[in-house]
Design a binder for this molecule. Structure first.
Ligand SMILES: Cc1cc2nc3c(=O)[nH]c(=O)nc-3n(C[C@H](O)[C@H](O)[C@H](O)COP(=O)(O)OP(=O)(O)OC[C@H]3O[C@@H](n4cnc5c(N)ncnc54)[C@H](O)[C@@H]3O)c2cc1C
Length: 493
């Protein structure tokens, strides 16, 4: 008789290089996987954190590939729908499993859910084994000398990088999942059937088709983020081997170029391991030919560190998901003009760089990082809309929506976060001038303005005749900037 184990997938939708899964397999090959479609995570109506149709699409497609991977490895992935606090203990009971493995998460809902489930399981005499898989460095080891979490990215990065560069801190691989896993035997299968969970699992698979249909997400051909473990690996290979990574420093801020990895959704749902991205970056150093290229790789690694920084921040300061870090911001006199907000959302502000970016978001469910910074600054500092409106709107559309990175990005742009140099106001035309100098990005996303001279597209000063229906600017940036500065001074003094 084998020692049957259960591995619970959550944000690690892959079988390879998965720390928790590999630790379990080391103990016993008699293992099955489970994924729970938790309405508090993946329902557009009931989710604690908003989730977009495109992200649901990405998640479910990745899940179907994961199910196939488990099957190919000799075992199975059971997909259930409902409340994990009820379903996990029931599954454990029905299969008489003693040990359950999972990788830890950092979002407040997940952390609290895990505490509750672990309590229930421990009371039943079961053993829960938990690992840090979604972060390169265990958050407990990144602390200041006073044992406090870092609040400043620079200091965090120094420590994070030092830990990673210690010899053997990251292994060659955490392991390729073997092909000889042992699935449920007849006895176990019939116990599962008797429990009713088997039927629930069959229904979940049917549900996936229905949910996919209902999400009505049909932009998969243009989504730069591709679901599944295989595609994520292919994307990483492409990014590193076709040398995009070597030119990252030069190109990453130019939204008209494909200069970044587009791995954000894969990293968010763990269709690729963060260690694999880090290893690939390190290996790219072997093909770099000069200091500039090596620097580019280091810059990309710094972006991976931003991801971890924001996850550490949310883990240590969960209250950030509900509001500003700087309490004074709770009293900021937002104008919250709904018409302005809708113009921003629909890409009709009359500021070409803003509208191009919002149209990219609405069409592909993804937006270039430079543009995320420009549009978020604009919503808050030109239109005086509460940054939480923008935060929510992004989560409702983004395929890579991630509570930690999105909240961190919005608090950074709004000046309400931990940033040490908080007051930054982006000038849309200066941003366009620096990062879209030939207006290629603007022309691509606003084709009705393709005929307008580049200089006018950048300044946004377009004559009424040339506008041809494109709206005139909603506000005057200079005036709005002056008002914002006064409001900010009032708030901070
Ligand atoms: C207002 C705002 C909202 C954002 N919302 C999200 C979000 O919901 N989900 C999300 O993953 N990122 C978010 N970001 C960060 C960043 O814009 C995206 O991670 C990046 O554009 C993804 O593209 P990429 O995969 O090509 O990145 P690359 O440039 O190839 O970077 C590699 C990886 O590093 C991570 N990363 C890069 N930049 C950042 C950053 N500034 N903060 C945190 N992680 C980073 C991502 O995981 C990314 O995939 C936001 C930024 C801002 C300013």
């Amino acid at each position: 008789m084998h020692n049957r184990l259960l591995f619970w997938h959550r944000r690690d939708l892959r079988v390879n290089d998965n720390i928790g899964l590999n630790k379990a397999i080391e103990l016993s090959k008699a293992i099955i996987g489970v994924y729970i479609l938790d309405p508090k995570i993946i329902s557009t109506k009931e989710s604690i954190t908003p989730i977009s149709n495109s992200k649901i699409w990405f998640l479910l497609k990745s899940l179907l590939e994961l199910k196939e991977a488990w099957h190919n490895k000799g075992s199975s992935l059971i997909i259930l729908k409902g409340n994990p606090n009820y379903l996990i203990p029931k599954l454990i009971d029905s299969l008489k499993i003693q040990n359950i493995f999972w990788n830890r998460n950092i979002e407040p809902y997940e952390v609290n859910r895990d505490i509750e489930i672990e309590y229930i399981l421990t009371k039943k005499g079961k053993k829960v084994l938990k690992f840090w898989d979604q972060l390169l460095v265990d958050p407990n080891s990144i602390k200041t000398l006073n044992d406090q979490p870092y609040k400043v990215y620079g200091a965090f990065f120094k420590k994070w990088n030092a830990i990673l560069n210690l010899e053997n801190s990251i292994k060659e691989s955490e392991g390729i999942c073997p092909n000889n896993l042992i699935g449920l035997n007849n006895f176990e299968s019939s116990r599962l059937k008797d429990s009713g969970l088997y039927n629930l699992s069959q229904k979940s698979i049917e549900d996936i088709d229905i949910i996919l249909e209902r999400t009505n997400y049909n932009q998969f051909h243009i989504s730069p983020c591709k679901p599944g473990e295989k595609e994520a690996k292919a994307q990483l290979n492409y990014f590193c081997k076709n040398q995009t990574i070597l030119n990252y420093d030069k190109n990453r801020d130019i939204p008209s170029l494909k200069g970044t990895s587009c791995l954000s959704a894969s990293l968010n749902l763990g269709t690729i391991s963060c260690r694999e991205t880090w290893r690939a970056a390190k290996q790219s150093k072997l093909i770099s030919r000069n200091q500039r290229e090596e620097q580019s790789i280091n810059t990309w690694i710094k972006e991976l560190a931003w991801r971890e920084f924001y996850q550490n921040i949310l883990l240590n300061f969960p209250q950030l998901s509900n509001g500003p870090y700087r309490k004074k911001w709770e009293k900021f006199p937002w104008a919250n003009n709904e018409e302005y907000f809708n113009s921003w959302l629909n890409g009709t502000t009359g500021f070409p760089i803003i509208d191009a970016a919002m149209r990219e978001l609405n069409t592909t469910s993804w937006m270039h990082n430079r543009c995320r910074m420009i549009v978020s600054s604009f919503l808050v500092k030109d239109l005086f809309c509460n940054w939480q409106w923008g935060e929510k709107a992004f989560m409702n559309i983004l395929v890579d929506g991630d509570l930690a990175a999105n909240n961190g990005g919005w608090q950074w742009s709004a000046s309400s976060g931990m940033d040490t140099k908080p007051l930054r106001i982006f000038n849309p035309s200066r941003q366009a001038h620096n990062f879209d100098p030939k207006a290629d990005y603007i022309r691509y996303w606003i084709p009705e303005l393709a005929h307008v001279p580049t200089a006018d597209l950048i300044t946004g000063e377009i004559t009424p005749i040339e506008r041809k229906g494109y709206p005139s600017p909603l506000v005057n940036h200079k005036e709005q900037q002056a008002i914002f500065k006064k409001l900010y001074a009032k708030l901070t003094t």
